[in-house]
Design a protein around this ligand. Structure first.
Ligand code: ADE
Ligand code: ZN
Length: 334
């Protein structure tokens, strides 16, 4: 309808998307075959069985247990390239002009894949997507918080050349939140901030963890963005701080429903964030698993909150201003 067309045309940016979370079941099984990977016997054996499994995640950990097995079919640089290109094509089709995408190097290195195989495949896709679709695309490397901080530091050192030449543009923190709070990763963030001051810092916080996970990510990790941040609503002081400092929350509505953070998109505090002027963007997180890409997430928000055209323009502008692209690219997007 008319609003779908309007939301499609709106200058959208994606800030919270895990490339490994774009692995559709069909590609997963074709890569398993191509690479001779035998999936464990408890893994759903078909596309249909995967889709059934994806409609029943109990929580974040239940999803992650499946997601880390899924990514084990990715072996060659070409696999990583194809995965990312399929995502960039879908994002472009949805009218997403700029994407800053996560990847989990430790999920591959621990299986014996060289980190450069991952980064080079993804980086080539970023460049080719720019030529083919005119979109701009940046890579954010995430550390897995269920692994020790020392492993995170090793990973950081192993990609220092990619930080230096700008191939990796940001650092993030993902995986199981509540047992692994931000304070465990102070050294990792401090190392990147001191060695590579131009690298953007963000962290998943306040998805399942409470508002103190958000505040501690700001205070201790010095992040300038928060991924999810739903539970920021628990603290008025934090809300005021986010608004004042223009710290953007990268929200993922369909993800939050699938992982049972809320039972419906309508329960998300999006109206309060908007009214208190807390900047947020709308994102797809792991779209192959959560049933929708960026435009589906925008539509889910629109049908629940009924923002006006003017409201949506403000949301789009906040997303552009919260992006880690050059000022000249931002003015192109506006
Ligand atoms: N890894 C992939 N998606 C994630 C999410 N929503 N939260 C934490 N870790 C993740
Ligand atoms: Zn995420």
């Amino acid at each position: 309808d008319k609003f779908t067309e309007f939301l499609k045309e709106l200058p959208k940016c994606e800030h919270h998307l895990h490339l490994e979370g774009t692995l559709e079941p069909s590609l997963l099984f074709s890569l398993a075959k191509r690479n001779n990977i035998t999936l464990p016997s408890h893994f759903p054996p078909s596309v249909e069985a995967c889709n059934e499994r994806y409609s029943n995640f109990a929580d974040l950990q239940d999803f992650l247990d499946h997601y880390y097995i899924g990514m084990s079919v990715l072996i060659t640089e070409e696999d990583f390239y194809e995965l990312a290109m399929e995502y960039f094509a879908k994002a472009a089709k949805d009218g997403c002009l700029h994407s800053e995408v996560f990847f989990d190097p430790q999920g591959h290195v621990e299986r014996g894949i060289h980190v450069d195989t991952v980064v080079n495949g993804f980086n080539r896709a970023c460049k080719d997507a720019n030529e083919k679709f005119g979109t701009t695309n940046k890579l954010i490397m995430c550390l897995l918080r269920h692994l020790p901080s020392a492993a995170g530091l090793e990973t950081i050192l192993s990609v220092s050349h990619h930080f230096e030449n700008g191939t990796i543009h940001g650092l993030g923190l993902d995986s199981s939140e509540k047992p692994f709070p931000p304070e465990l990763f102070v050294e990792c963030y401090a190392a990147v901030k001191s060695r590579h001051p131009e690298v953007g810092l963000t962290a998943h916080a306040g998805e399942e963890g409470d508002h103190t996970f958000v505040t501690n990510s700001l205070d201790l990790l010095k992040v300038t963005r928060i991924d999810h941040g739903v539970n920021s609503i628990q603290s008025e002081d934090l809300m005021a701080r986010l608004a004042e400092n223009r710290t953007m929350l990268s929200m993922c509505p369909l993800s939050n429903v699938k992982l049972q953070v809320v039972s419906d998109v309508a329960e998300l505090p999006i109206r309060s964030f908007f009214e208190k002027d807390v900047p947020f963007s709308i994102n797809s997180d792991d779209p192959a698993y959560f049933g929708g890409y960026i435009l589906d997430n925008y539509l889910a928000v629109h049908t629940r909150f009924g923002f006006t055209v003017a409201d949506w323009k403000k949301i789009a502008i906040n997303g552009i201003n919260g992006s880690w692209c050059s000022e000249s690219r931002k003015s192109q997007l506006l």
